[in-house]
Design a protein around this ligand. Structure first.
Ligand SMILES: Nc1nc2c(c(=O)[nH]1)N[C@H]1C(S)=C(S)[C@@H](COP(=O)(O)O)O[C@H]1N2
Ligand SMILES: [Mo]
Length: 239
């Protein structure tokens, strides 16, 4: 089912209500006393003001009509190694780093969150492009759930094949930056990054990590900026 998304930014409280997630199940390091604090109000805390301002300032990139979607094989499978075998029933997305509420989310939990669909152009620096539809959870909704601390400026994405990427926070909270679990409304194929991959119309293909298992919010980049970036590709990778 495709939900119509409200245009405004969803609050942590709304997201938890919407998805039916209980705070208790989400906490990696929850203990009885912190649970009480969680239940009595922290869920409604606002995002830090800088992130809120970033989100409000962002304009969506133009999308394509569904009729423009290219045949499936025009999106060339591009993988530096081999496709990792991930069991979707035991899969967990870890979200951690400098956040108030680190979490581990299962696929069913992610699928209970608001679903966004977009038809965009995927552009690979190797000289091909394809119009693709992706469906998934907006990364900004996950940001609203975990509540990054005030100093956070970058986001790392770790993948099951050993790939790694880092993004600027503004691009990560762009309304069309998705953690996609479907393509054309169907579960992602393993080669396309199942069960969960990054998808965004504002970044080149190499920024769009497949098989994402961990999202980490940080205030500074390390010398390891990204798999291809560390071979000399440009870091921002904007479109
Ligand atoms: N984990 C992982 N993600 C990755 C890659 C990779 O090798 N490993 N290749 C990137 C590149 S260069 C491109 S163009 C796209 C290709 O996505 P596709 O294979 O679904 O067409 O995935 C990106 N994400
Ligand atoms: Mo690419």
């Amino acid at each position: 089912m495709n939900l119509i998304l409200p245009k405004r930014t969803l609050s942590r409280r709304h997201l938890l209500q919407w998805s039916g997630l209980s705070g208790a199940g989400l906490l990696l390091n929850g203990c009885a006393s912190s649970l009480f604090a969680e239940q009595v109000g922290q869920f409604s805390e606002p995002l830090n003001q800088r992130i809120e301002a970033l989100m409000l300032s962002q304009k969506p990139a133009p999308e394509f009509p569904a009729s423009a979607i290219d045949p499936a094989d025009k999106l060339i499978i591009n993988t530096f190694d081999s496709t990792p075998n991930i069991d979707p029933t035991t899969f967990r997305l870890t979200i951690d780093g400098e956040v108030n509420h680190p979490m581990q989310l299962s696929l069913p939990e992610l699928q209970k969150m608001p679903l966004t669909s977009m038809t965009i152009r995927h552009v690979c620096v190797e000289g091909w492009a394809a119009i693709v539809q992706w469906n998934g959870v907006r990364l900004r909704d996950l940001v609203a759930l975990v509540q990054p601390k005030a100093d956070v400026r970058y986001v790392y994405f770790k993948s099951a094949d050993g790939y790694y990427e880092s993004w600027d926070l503004a691009s990560a909270v762009h309304p069309q930056t998705l953690m996609a679990y479907q393509r054309n409304g169907q579960p992602l194929a393993p080669d396309n990054g199942a069960p969960l991959r990054l998808a965004s119309p504002i970044k080149l293909g190499y920024k769009q990590s497949k098989w994402v298992t961990q999202i980490t919010f940080v205030s500074n980049l390390t010398p390891q900026k990204g798999y291809w970036e560390d071979y000399g590709y440009e870091w921002f990778g904007g479109l």
